[in-house]
Design a protein around this ligand. Sequence first.
Ligand SMILES: [Zn+2]
Length: 133
Amino acid sequence: MKPAVRIRTKWLAAGIAVAGLVVVLFAFDPKTHPFFPACLFHRLTGWHCPGCGATRAAHELLHGNFAAAFRDNALLVCGVVGAAGLLPVRWLRRRGGQTLGWQLRPEWLWLMLAGLIIFGVGRNLPAGDWLAP
Ligand SMILES: [Zn+2]
């Protein structure tokens, strides 16, 4: 098997897995169906990690309930909106034969990590309890 075929097979498998997850998240509300895994960090510490509420937020996003999704996990909603805003730009540049002009650089990864930590700490502080799910 050629490497390109193997890569396409992996992307196809990943796409099928994501599509299956989307179908399950759309069909079953995590608030009422207990088979979704609970957050181990929250269970052990009582604090909200940056991902707490993300499953509920994804369910609400799939149903177009943006306000409810934002209340469940504002970081997920901002990340989805940001990614959705960047993908058309990337697609248009690629379609036009241009090089991307931007790439995921280490500084951006450090910035995202800092945002993740600030969000995770902030939603556990009294002033940031509006960020808690
Ligand atoms: Zn959590």
